[in-house]
Write a protein that binds this ligand. Sequence first.
Ligand code: UT7
Length: 331
Amino acid sequence: METGSTIVGLGRYVPERVITNRELARTIDTTDEWIRRHTGIRERRVAAPHEASSDLAYGAAREALEAAGAGPSDLDLIVAGTATPDMLFPSVSCLLQDRLGARSVGCLDVACACSSFVYGLSIAHGAIVSGQADTVLVVGADTLSRITNWRDRSTCVLFGDAAGAAVLRRAKPGSGFLSFALGGSGQGRHHLHLKAGGSRHPASRETVERGDHFLWMNGPEVYKVAVQTMPRAAADALRRARLVAEDVDFVIPHQANLRIIHSVSDRLGVPTEKFFINVQRYGNTSAASIPVALYEAVGAGRVSAGDVGVMVAFGAGYTWGACTIRWGGAA
Ligand code: UT7
């Protein structure tokens, strides 16, 4: 694939409120030990009552723009990945455009759940390479706490709220994004969904009484598909870039479960030390998981100019996506 875009700025916003495993164990039948052993998670962040996904997105976007040395008026396209928009419509990207004071540019939401950020990067890359845009903002923002059934111990211990953002610009040849591999399978709807509030089951007293406005997941089934699909997607992205596992300097995996990350490392043949892992502190933050991890990996000095990295995501749909990047190289 022709190289053409790279990340020139990153930002992150995490809500202040921390909920530890021990705090959860006071209200539901669980233990800190169970949660850590089955998921690796120790704590997660939860948005304040006045905060919605676009507010988290705004915080991350402002920081990413500043890091890129860009202003809102430089943006040619805004892409927001989220499964928890402020409302069904208008989109988070439109709300963000207004809040940032950006020009009236294209605004697009990506509804690929945990894979949304990688899909968003692919759209941004395509827009830059095709000459439709010079500067693109990609945000992943989710407030899963708002669709979580806090009485369902099989899901409520897993998720957290956050946002991460990246600004993309043109790259020098051989630098920046090297490949993308995206996939989807609607069969996944049987195992991970939020049933009500859309056109099939509009919100009603009955849907609320049944709890159909909460996220529902068959965890073990999703786990099984995730550990098979994520390494395959990452390997596909490597192959498309004519790279092999030994070329990889860092991996930013979707942070759903520590055991899934270890399994991806084994199956992909890239040592776990090359994986950046922060699921312990945030849980699964859906679309925000990869950009928040990437932001923290860069901040921790785990990513240097010229390094080859892989980002790989898996989520509801099912959807999955992976990309490779040679870090840096802005034109
Ligand atoms: O973002 C992309 C989508 N999400 C994922 O990738 C998540 C994929 N799935 C997973 O990470 C794991 O399947 C879970 C963490 C959700 C569950 O872990 P598991 O090791 O597959 O546990 P399990 O669902 O098989 O449950 C084992 C036992 C059950 O009890 P019984 O039936 O064996 O008596 C559960 O009822 O653990 C019980 N359990 C809990 N116990 C204490 C389930 N949740 C809890 C809990 N605390 N929070």
